[in-house]
Design a protein around this ligand. Structure first.
Ligand code: ACM
Length: 635
């Protein structure tokens, strides 16, 4: 075959397979979808068969979901395989390709089969099947006694690219109760996430009972009630009661771990030390250099000053003293209880944004530096992390920490969570560390996702398309060192679960696909179509999400002293209508097609996207002054 013809045929095949695969609307995109002719029609009563007692939970889970989604009767059996509509099967002989989490889903016109090496694989096959079914259905049958629910036949072979596919939930800045955490898990497992990182401690609350250190929760779990922008809030008043907060008891944690494990989610606990420790210090002031007994759990005051060069000064001492042996006795108690509660192989020990200013003025720290022959105070952080590593490893666990922990020689037994520049992660991988990717510029779910004029105010933005553009490991030789990655939902400004969902979705869809699907299989045009289908699913199940993809994305630039305006949107098939004359944009307003010269004068841009002649996005109203000031670019 000549090469032009083969390229054309190859291209046609790829386009056909993407468009056929596009019918299936699965997130994350499976590795291989082979459409098969025909449809499977569901009867009035659906029988589920499973071939292993390890699949009892999966069968019940599937039955409940089908009952909710299709409004049909469901029965489960571990006999009568022949009559089953849906068969859940564990391979007796391992299928190497599928690994520990892969599955095959086979929908023929006779029956549906999910096969895997493990219960986790079957569970992920179930998630794919559920995404192929309608998200809700009124009970209707035709004259043949069949429901009208039909799904196209298909063979799907699927397995993840990475084994750590996570979301982080910050339960310190705002406490989310155990039932809320369960709802967060329910949502994430639908997209094949397998790791929930709980940020359990910070300046604003200590959220886990440590029986041997009761003040951590008696004092550290509570702060004064404040609202408004985090970082600008009023300090506790003298004598004011700390009533806002909460914590998980050991029993709560055990319940959460069981709930997560049934759904194949590992909970990674984070105890963030030596910085970010104000709640612990409020409970036990002797742990800090200043030993200040007036320190309270912080309600979101401005206690740090950020400088232009990226450094910062903590105006309140929120750091454990690395030269105080009592600190290590404290940490041994904490990590002993954490290690005995959590089955996780990893314990996250924090290590980020540790201010060294109080260490530099502390006699014991200076003596320790002298004893160790350290010339820089920063080296005390390396010393501290080593001591923590020793404690945690003696308990049979591995440590993972924010990428600052690599700054002073650490054994490669430690793993690194890259949160700053992704290159820090790849450099750590080159040095032999295992790495979890969570760089701010692609993974921070607390950043706003649309236009800053209408989104809740935060200091940075991150749109869905940018999250999706991330390849977690562009260096093939490093891939064995990259465990995977996650999205981080910090909750300084997010006090309730539906708001947390709004921040997480749809960006968590992109994160799920980044870590499950191989980069070569990813395709934005297909993804965004699937995202819109999943908006319907979120609505059907009452989960809040951001519609920022429909909003216009505005940028301005100067060309020969003329201010120019550019507009686009992430959603496909929308028309951007705008006005500069003060009227509300309608289908009769100008359509944006190319950069517009903005006239001088007291004008205001009003702009909105439309689909099928109806407004679909939010209207943005931007006065000229703002357009001029702003490069008006959100990444
Ligand atoms: C971080 O965002 N400070 C890890």
């Amino acid at each position: 075959m000549n090469s032009y013809r083969s390229i054309i045929i190859f291209t046609i095949l790829i386009v056909m397979s993407i468009s056929l695969a596009g019918q299936y609307h699965v997130i994350p995109q499976p590795q291989k979808i082979d459409p098969v002719e025909g449809t499977y029609a569901f009867g009035k009563k659906i029988r589920i068969y499973h071939n292993s007692n390890d699949l009892i939970f999966a069968s019940n889970y599937l039955a409940e979901k089908i009952y909710n989604q299709l409004n049909t009767q469901v029965v489960i059996s571990n006999s009568a395989e022949k009559y089953a509509d849906i068969q859940l099967l564990i391979h007796s002989k391992k299928n190497q390709l599928l690994g520990n989490e892969g599955y095959e889903l086979n929908i023929s016109n006779k029956k549906i089969t999910i096969t895997a090496n493990t219960p986790a694989g079957v569970f992920y096959g179930i998630q794919t099947l559920l995404q192929l079914l309608p998200s809700s259905q009124t009970p209707t049958t035709n004259t043949m006694g069949k429901t009208k629910i039909q799904i196209p036949c298909v063979r799907i072979t699927d397995y993840p690219r990475f084994s750590w596919r996570g979301l982080m939930l910050d339960v310190s800045r705002h406490f989310f109760g155990k039932e809320e955490v369960k709802r967060y898990i329910d949502q994430m497992v639908q997209y094949k996430f397998n790791t929930l990182h709980l940020h359990l401690t910070d300046d604003n609350g200590w959220r886990i009972e440590i029986k041997s250190l009761p003040r951590l929760t008696e004092v550290g779990a509570w702060r004064v009630e404040r609202y408004g922008q985090f970082g600008d809030r009023e300090k506790p008043k003298p004598g004011e009661k700390a009533t806002y907060g909460g914590y998980y008891s050991h029993d709560d944690i055990k319940e959460l771990i069981k709930y997560a494990a049934e759904r194949h989610v590992n909970i990674v606990p984070e105890i963030d030390v030596p910085g970010h420790s104000m709640a612990a210090i409020a409970a036990y002031p002797n742990l800090s250099c200043t030993a200040d007994t007036t320190i309270k759990v912080d309600p979101g005051t401005r206690f740090a000053e950020w400088h232009d060069d990226g450094t910062f000064t903590m105006l309140v001492d929120n750091t454990l003293n690395p030269a105080n042996e009592e600190v290590y006795v404290f940490l041994e108690k904490v990590f002993t209880e954490i290690a005995s509660l959590f089955p996780s192989e990893y314990i996250h020990v924090g290590g980020d944004e540790c201010y060294k200013g109080y260490w530099a003025k502390n006699e014991a720290c200076l003596a320790l530096m002298k004893q160790k022959n350290y010339s820089r105070v920063e080296q005390l952080q390396g010393y501290f992390v080593h001591r923590v590593q020793e404690i945690v490893e003696k308990l049979g666990k591995k440590i993972i920490g924010w990428d600052e922990i690599t700054e002073d020689s650490l054994t490669t037994q430690a793993s690194v969570m890259c949160w700053r520049n992704p290159e820090i992660g790849y450099e750590s991988a080159r040095k032999g560390y295992k790495v979890v990717m969570a760089p701010t510029s692609f993974s921070y779910l607390d950043y706003y996702q649309g236009d800053p004029l209408i989104e809740p105010p935060v200091y940075a933005g991150l749109r869905l398309s940018r999250v999706y553009s991330f390849d977690p490991c562009p260096y093939p030789e490093l891939e064995p060192q990259i465990l995977g990655g996650q999205g981080n939902l910090w909750t300084e400004n997010i006090p309730y679960l539906q708001y947390a969902f709004y921040m997480a979705y749809p960006r968590a869809f992109a994160i799920a696909e980044n870590y499950w699907t191989h980069a070569k299989q990813k395709n934005w045009d297909s993804f965004i179509q699937r995202v819109e289908k999943h908006f319907d699913r979120l609505e059907a199940t009452g989960i809040n999400y951001s519609k920022a993809i429909y909003d216009p994305i505005i940028s301005t630039y100067n060309e020969s002293n003329q201010l120019m305006l550019k507009m686009k949107s992430e959603a496909p098939d929308v028309i951007i209508h705008y006005t500069l004359d003060g009227t509300v944009p309608s289908i009769y307003s100008p359509i944006y097609t190319e950069p517009v010269a903005i006239p001088s004068g007291n004008i205001t841009l009003r702009v909105r996207t439309f689909r099928n002649k109806r407004p679909i996005g939010n209207m943005l109203i931007i006065p000229l002054e703002k357009l001029k000031q702003w490069p008006y670019f959100t990444p």
